[in-house]
Design a protein around this ligand. Sequence first.
Ligand SMILES: [Zn+2]
Length: 172
Amino acid sequence: MSEAQVHANVYEAMPHVHPEAVVVYCGDPRLQTAFVPFVEQGLHLARGHYIPMVVGGGAGVLAYPEKLPKEFKFLKDRFELIHRAFPSVHRAVLINHEDCIYYRLLAERIPGFLADGASDVRDRPGVDLDRIAQIFQHRLLHLDLRPELYYARFTGDDHTQVTFDPVLVPGS
Ligand SMILES: [Zn+2]
């Protein structure tokens, strides 16, 4: 058996890391080719220097602690775990994206989800970022994480490109 065969199923690990950020984004396969380069090149976070939290809806559930209590708790618990396990993490990069399928599901499942008429479901993930910033600062302040919010929008012909708009966080 050759050396290559012996090691065929062995991959590199990073046993000593001091990540500086947790990054929350949606698992939507249409955007994965954009999310990772944005984080690594756009935000200058090399692999191993951030903790990816890939979850349907991205940071969106953080806007709905009352309407989506279980999902909110799921994310909150993981932020708390990261805070304890990796004290080097001080940045929380929260990304929502246009036309999120999880939002469409919420609009079907939750009566009155879009009843305030603020926007249609396609743009709602972007509209929610202001509320996510507020809730993060009220409910997750104890975690000593500085939120950085971005809205990923499709651009280009046939949605073949994605651009990331920063959203101003009040008080930071
Ligand atoms: Zn999505």
